[in-house]
Write a protein that binds this ligand. Sequence first.
Ligand SMILES: [Cu+2]
Length: 338
Amino acid sequence: MTEIPTGSRPLFRLGAVLAVAALALTACGPDQSMLSPVGADAGRAAGLWWLMFWLGAGIWVVVTAATLYALYRRQPGRHDPLAGRRWENTPLIWGGIVLPSIVLVVLTGATVDAMRHADPPAAAEATVVQVIGHQWWWEVRYPERNVVTANEVHVPAGRPVRLELRTADVIHSFWVPALAGKIDLIPGRSNTVWINTDRPGVYEGQCAEFCGLQHAKMRFRVVVDDEPRFQEWLAAQGESAAEPADALAARGRQVFLSASCVYCHTIRGTATVSAIGPDLTHLASRDTLAAGIIPNTKGHLGGWIVDPQQVKPGARMPNNYLPPDDLQALLAYLGSLE
Ligand SMILES: [Cu+2]
C-alpha cells in the first residue's frame, strides 16, 4: 500500500500557493485594479469576477473536502462505513453532471448579461472619441471638434462616451481597469468601448496586448472631468498653437521647423502636417510624455528630445543632436504650448 502524505508538507505547499496567488492579485496596485471599479462597465466586470471567485472557492472547498475524505477513508485497516454499491452512481451524477451544469448555467447567464450591457445602443448625446494605437503611443481624436492629442484621454463625467478604437500598425489592447473592459485594437477594423462614470478623476491605463519592444511602456491615462471643465479643455485644445511670446520661443519655433521634427509631428498653426508621432500643438497641457512614461517637465522633455532611445529603446523617434542653445530655445517654445 502506498503511503498517505500526512503532516505539514502538503499544508506548507498549499500555503505557498495561496501566498503566490495573493501576491499576484495585489501586484495590480490600488490605482489600477479592476476590483476597484468606477465606471458602469467596470463595475459589472468586477461583479462577474467576484461571482466566479466565490463559486470557484466554493467548488475548491467541496473538492478538497471530498479528496481529504477519500484519502482518510481509504486508510488500510480502517472500517469503511460507506462500502456498498448504493453509492456508486449517485455522487457521479450529482457531482459530475448536475452541479457543474448549474454552475455553468449561472456563469453563462451572468456573463451574457454583463456583455449585453457593455454595448449600449448609440446614445445621441454620447461623446465620440477616436483612439488610434501606434507603436508605442496613443493618438486621441475628437472628430466633432477637430481636436488631436496623445496619451491622455479626457472625457466628461455623467455622460456616456463612446471610444472608437483603431490601430495604425499592429494589434494593441486598450485597458483602463477602473473604467471599462479590455478591448483589442485590430488592424482593418474599428472596435468600440463605452466609458460611463460620474466620478471625476485620473485613471491609469495601459496597452494589454504584446505589441513589440516598448509594449510595457505604452501607457495612458483617462482624465474624467466634470462637464464645464471638459468643455473648457475641449475648447482650448481646438485652438491652434500659441504664438511665441518672446524671442527665445520664436527662435525655438524656428529650430523646430528646420529640424527633423516636422517629418513626424504636427503643431497646428504652423506648416506641419505629419502624424507619425504625437500632435504637439498643446504639448505643455499634458502631464506626461512618451505614453505616460515620464513627467512633462523641462528636464525630462529635454532628455527625451535629445535621447528618446535611452528612455524607450526602439521608440520610433530618433535621437537629436541639437546645439545647446537651439535645445534651450526649442524647450522654451514647446514649454509654451499650453
Ligand atoms: Cu500596444
